[in-house]
Design a protein around this ligand. Structure first.
Ligand code: SAH
Ligand code: SF4
Length: 367
């Protein structure tokens, strides 16, 4: 059964819902190994075995939202709030550029006020100027007006990561206050696409009451929406959040495995997209990110935020690398990636091949 599903997936990428369910429910070590090997073969064929770096700058934990799972939600009064100065953000970007990271990600809590929108625009313009437009820039700044997305795109950002979190309306409603709306998030993804970004989305994996069928719906959503990049990772409890009380026992190994299986099945189905091995994997296991690469991911997001801010950006408990600095993270990752026999795409943007295929196809279709 397993072999026939995997060889079918490897040759034509078509998996029935029942096949995906079978793969996501695997537990036996040898079976898992076979699943990850098949996903790796597809990765090798469609995106290669170079890992691309996106240096992530987590520049502020101020957030107007109150997602029940997140440690920096606005109602968490135990968080020391910080907001990096524009110069500090630009310095981190210049460090990433100087260290040959092809791209960066700017991430923060969500804010939509005019001062914030203006500040991001100006930071983007200045980063472009300081790095001669060489640095790929991804934004992960939540839900915004289409005009804001347009301004930030014009100022130099070209990829945007906005996780849908879960495609199940019932689960989404359980994870958020009433005014946080799944349909608003869907509209944002459409707007991002229309503005011209490479569009990234993703989900949390292993949420309380989430089923395997919910996760299959998530993968089908990525496929139906022609998504270019996937950033998804295991849900990890943060003790000072409402969702923590819904979790009876937090099984790290199970969360890690579900995260890896989701990467593998997503790679088998979507093939030419970029998939990140997210930091949440590493929070569960020292070698979580390497395991992610070996299960089909091809993007790593090393933290390039100044060490003094790292501990205050805790979306979940036990966030790794909060005491390290950016050079230590670089050295550590180089060793880890070389050890699994991959190379690093230094100095390259490492765009999603899916995006380019989508654009070429659009150009051909348009005549
Ligand atoms: N505010 C922006 C970006 C920062 S949050 C936004 O929400 O889009 C980035 C991601 O962190 C979220 O999309 C969510 O999927 C993830 N996250 C938050 N809390 C988490 C937790 N407890 N475990 C795992 N991932 C979490
Ligand atoms: Fe804010 Fe993002 Fe956390 Fe939600 S997930 S509370 S929007 S930082």
């Amino acid at each position: 059964m397993l072999n026939s599903i995997l060889s079918k997936a490897e040759t034509d990428g078509v998996l029935a819902v029942s096949d995906m369910r079978y793969l996501l429910e695997l537990t036996d070590d040898a079976d898992l190994k076979a699943l990850f090997a098949a996903a790796y073969a597809v990765k090798r064929q469609y995106v290669g075995t170079k890992a691309f770096f996106r240096g992530i700058i987590e520049f502020s934990n101020i957030c107007r939202k109150d997602c029940y799972y997140c440690g920096i939600r606005k109602s968490n009064g135990d968080v020391r709030r910080f907001d990096m100065e524009p110069e500090e953000i630009i310095d981190a970007a210049v460090w990433a550029h100087g260290n040959d990271y092809g791209s960066i990600v700017l991430q923060s809590g969500e804010r939509c006020d005019a001062a914030f929108v203006d500040r991001i625009e100006s930071v983007l313009l200045r980063i472009r100027e300081r790095t001669n437009g060489d640095l790929g820039i991804t934004l992960s700044l939540g839900e915004q007006e289409r005009e804001t997305y347009r301004r930030w795109f014009a100022a130099g950002a070209h990829r945007y990561l906005l996780r849908i979190e879960t495609t199940s309306p019932i689960l989404y409603a359980k994870l958020h206050p009433e005014d946080h709306r799944l349909d608003a998030r869907l509209t944002c993804l459409e707007d991002l696409r229309k503005v011209g970004y490479q569009v990234g989305t993703g989900v949390m994996i292993g949420l309380p009451s989430q089923t395997v069928d919910d996760l299959i719906e998530d993968i089908l959503f990525f496929l139906a929406n022609d998504i270019d990049m996937i950033g998804m990772g295991p849900y990890i409890v943060h003790q000072d959040t409402p969702l923590a009380s819904e979790v009876e026992t937090f099984d790290e190994r199970h969360q890690l495995l579900m995260g890896l299986k989701m990467i593998a099945v997503t790679r088998l189905v979507l093939r030419d997209v970029n998939i990140a091995a997210t930091t949440a994997l590493q929070a569960l296991d020292h070698q979580g990110r390497e395991a992610g690469l070996q299960a089909g991911a091809n993007i790593i997001m090393p933290n390039v935020t100044d060490t003094k801010y790292r501990a205050a950006y805790q979306l979940y408990d036990n966030k790794p690398c909060t005491d390290e600095n950016s050079s230590m993270c670089k050295g550590c990752l180089n060793r880890r990636i070389t050890l699994i026999g991959e190379s690093i795409g230094f100095g390259e943007w490492g765009d999603s091949p899916h995006y380019h295929r989508r654009m070429n196809h659009g150009a051909t279709a348009a005549g």
